[in-house]
Design a binder for this molecule. Structure first.
Ligand code: C2E
Ligand code: CA
Ligand code: CA
Ligand code: CA
Length: 279
């Protein structure tokens, strides 16, 4: 395969000891699943922390297997990343999410955005910009309604290449979010060098708030940093009113978590959009 880079494989492969038998049968089932159309998309609201009005959604992939039931993405995304199926699945998800957002915008009659996860392998794929252009052209969505979520790890594989792709993404007016911010191998220099708009604070820093003084310090620091760099911040995994209060009082503008909405199918997201949920 052209996709070499042994170091990358060692660092990013979730199965350092080779695939388990279980993974192999899951892998075979995945190809079948693509043909059978068993993959679908859920949407989780991203809300304004103060008003709790929905600003956008994150697209989260689901696999409904006829006998295994709902297979969580932590089980199948790493396999798809390893065997390359992520390029196909990711391209489909991006296009379908753009089409879906058009409908959300039409029903809600206001600006809403869609945030879509881009895996390291997808980001590095030669065809990625074509996939992005195709999704925008097919859906008729304007690029500024799209947020593309990448992790620090994705940027670190090949920063020179990453920078070039990010610039091309922003030429399409898509915004870039750093997913799971603070959990990867990162260097703050990248925030200066790359055209990044959004930081997503990982759930691991939120879950023990407000009791954990270390997590509080980390969140405060991320929020300060973002403010000075003029970046938006989304706090992920907010489950309680106490966490919501903490994060909002520290100036975090956007929240995504079970408290304000779980990932849900499109029809439920449409229903959530027509609810008026002002805090
Ligand atoms: P992620 O991108 O960090 O997505 C956020 C995860 O946190 C989602 O898990 C979401 O359901 C979960 N979450 C949100 N709020 C809460 C909360 O309040 N409490 C708890 N306990 N969890 C919360 P999910 O959907 O299982 O996805 C897991 C991971 O799988 C994602 O993490 C992402 O890395 C990957 N993933 C999912 N869909 C896609 C996709 O379409 N493409 C790619 N490349 N990766 C995907
Ligand atoms: Ca994400
Ligand atoms: Ca995340
Ligand atoms: Ca995560």
């Amino acid at each position: 395969a052209k996709d070499t880079g042994k170091a990358r494989c060692l660092i990013y492969s979730p199965r350092l000891n080779g695939p388990s038998e279980h993974d192999i049968s899951l892998e075979a089932a995945m190809f079948q699943a693509v043909r059978e159309g068993e993959f679908l998309l859920y949407y989780q609201p991203i809300v304004d922390a103060r008003t709790r009005q929905i600003q956008g959604f994150e697209t989260l992939m689901r696999w409904k297997h006829p006998t295994l039931g709902l297979v969580p993405p932590v089980r199948f995304i790493p396999i798809a990343e390893a065997n390359g199926l992520i390029n196909l699945l990711g391209a489909w998800a991006l296009k379908a999410a753009c089409v879906q957002l058009r409908q959300f915008q039409e029903v809600a009659q206001r600006a809403l955005y869609m945030s879509v996860n881009i895996s390291p392998r997808q980001f590095r794929n030669d065809k990625f910009l074509d996939v992005l252009d195709d999704a925008l052209a097919f859906s008729g969505l304007s690029g500024d309604s799209l947020v593309l979520e990448i992790t620090e790890g994705t940027l670190m594989i090949d920063p020179v290449h990453a920078e070039a792709i990010l610039v091309k993404m922003t030429e399409r007016r898509a915004r870039i979010a750093i997913d799971d911010f603070g959990t990867g191998y990162s260097s703050l220099a990248y925030l200066k060098r790359f055209p990044i708009s959004v930081l997503k604070i990982d759930r691991t820093f939120i879950k023990d708030l407000p009791e954990s003084s270390k997590d509080a310090a980390i969140c405060n620091t991320i929020l300060d940093l973002a403010k000075h760099l003029n970046l938006s911040v989304v706090a992920e995994g907010v489950e309680t009113e106490e966490q919501m209060h903490f994060i909002e009082s520290r100036g975090c503008h956007y929240v995504q978590g079970y408290l304000t909405g779980k990932p849900m199918p499109a029809h439920a997201a449409l229903a959530a959009l027509s609810e008026k949920t002002y805090a």
